[in-house]
Design a protein around this ligand. Structure first.
Ligand SMILES: [Zn+2]
Length: 141
C-alpha cells in the first residue's frame, strides 16, 4: 500500500525529530498532499491510525491533511493551468509540451509538539519539501 509507505516514513521521521528535540508529545501534524500525487487520503488516515498504536508520541496526535492544487506549465506559450481540468494539453495553445509544476508532492508543513519541559512549540517546515515525492504521477508523463 502506497500510503502506508509514506506514513511509515513520516512516523520514522517524527520519531527521530522527537529524540533530537526532546519532544514528548506530538499534537498535530499538518501534511500537504498534492492533488495528483496519487495518494488516497482516506487510506492515509487508516494507515495513520495503525502507526499511532505503535508510536507512543503520536498517540494523541491529529493528522491534518491539506491539498496542494495541481498546476501544469506549458513550455510552448508559457501559460499555467489547472492540471486536473485539462490534463497534459494546454488549454491556451493546445500544445502537449507541458509539465507538472505542483501537485505531485507530499510535504510536512507544520508539526505541533510538546517538549520534556512542558514547553509547547511549533516546528515549521522542519522537513522541507520533498519528504516524499512520486516519480510518476498520473499527469506527469
Ligand atoms: Zn500553451
Amino acid at each position: 500500500m502506497h500510503e502506508m509507505g509514506i506514513v511509515l516514513h513520516l512516523a520514522k521521521t517524527l520519531d527521530e525529530l522527537a529524540e533530537e528535540q526532546h519532544i514528548t508529545k506530538i499534537g498535530s501534524v499538518t501534511l500537504q498532499v498534492g492533488e495528483v500525487s496519487g495518494i488516497l487520503t482516506d487510506l492515509f488516515e487508516e494507515a495513520g491510525d495503525y502507526f499511532k498504536k505503535r508510536h507512543p508520541i503520536l498517540q494523541e496526535s491529529r493528522l491534518i491533511l491539506e491539498t496542494i492544487p495541481a498546476v501544469t506549465y506549458c513550455t510552448n506559450c508559457g501559460g499555467q493551468y489547472e492540471t486536473v481540468k485539462y490534463g497534459k494539453t494546454c488549454p491556451y495553445c493546445k500544445s502537449g509540451e507541458t509539465y507538472l509544476l505542483y501537485g505531485n508532492e507530499c510535504v510536512i508543513k507544520e508539526i505541533e509538539a510538546e517538549t520534556e519541559d512542558g514547553e509547547e512549540r511549533e516546528e515549521e517546515a522542519v522537513l522541507e519539501a520533498g519528504l516524499y515525492s512520486r516519480e510518476t504521477g498520473p499527469f506527469n508523463g
